[in-house]
Write a protein that binds this ligand. Structure first.
Ligand SMILES: N[C@@H](CCC(=O)N[C@@H](CS)C(=O)NCC(=O)O)C(=O)O
Length: 198
């Protein structure tokens, strides 16, 4: 199974992390985003948006880190990570949506500005980060995990850019419950980090 990958990408790391947690092997295909390789063959044929990650598993080709997590969990991970029941699935799904919205537009965007010099709106990114982190802090004050009382793919979707928030100038100091949750994730069997996340 191939993952078109960029080491520094938190979206790609979501997939690498989950694969490590469930013990499946990925063939990583490094893509030179600074050199524009994501807008050329073969990536552009696999994902017309020209974005990473892209997963190729035999005849299955998928873009979007959240969709890839669902696929891997359903196909290889078992319902511990992506449950069967309607209400349970929706409980996980709301965090996958949070990853694609508030996490993307908050700490991920702040990092794109500070670390990669991409001209986006920092003030707005900090405001969305504050909203996201207070939501997480409130939730994690009462729960050990984001959904279902156990680790699910919601952790893999939300954790990376929260853990990388410092690279965008967003401090987690006022959020002890978030920091404790990150510690629980790092203690999971099979856990791997990435550059910027111990
Ligand atoms: N919603 C997508 C976002 C993917 C995304 O923005 N990927 C970045 C790397 S982290 C990328 O490929 N950026 C290059 C570009 O958009 O041109 C996901 O979750 O996978």
């Amino acid at each position: 199974m191939k993952l078109y990958d960029l080491e520094l990408s938190g979206n790609c790391y979501k997939v690498r992390l989950f694969a490590a947690l469930i013990g499946i092997k990925l063939e990583l295909v490094p893509v030179d985003i600074p050199g524009g390789a994501h807008k050329r063959t073969p990536v552009i044929e696999l994902n017309p948006l020209g974005q990473l990650p892209v997963l190729v598993d035999d005849d299955v080709v998928l873009r979007d880190s959240q969709a890839i997590l669902v696929y891997l969990a359903r196909r290889y991970g078992g319902n511990q990570w992506w449950p069967d029941g309607a209400a349970q699935q929706a409980e996980v799904m709301q965090w996958l949506s949070t990853a694609a919205n508030e996490v993307q537009h908050g700490p991920n965007t702040a990092r794109l500005i500070d670390k990669f010099g991409i001209p986006l709106n920092k003030e707005q990114a900090l405001a969305v980060s504050a909203l996201l982190l207070s939501l997480l802090e409130q939730h994690l004050n009462q729960h050990q995990w984001l959904a279902l009382g156990r680790p699910t793919i919601a952790e893999c979707a939300v954790f990376p850019y929260v853990a990388l928030a410092w690279e965008g100038g967003v401090t987690l100091d006022p959020y002890p419950a978030v920091r404790a949750w990150m510690g629980r994730i790092k203690a999971l069997p099979g856990y791997v980090g990435m550059s910027g996340i111990a």
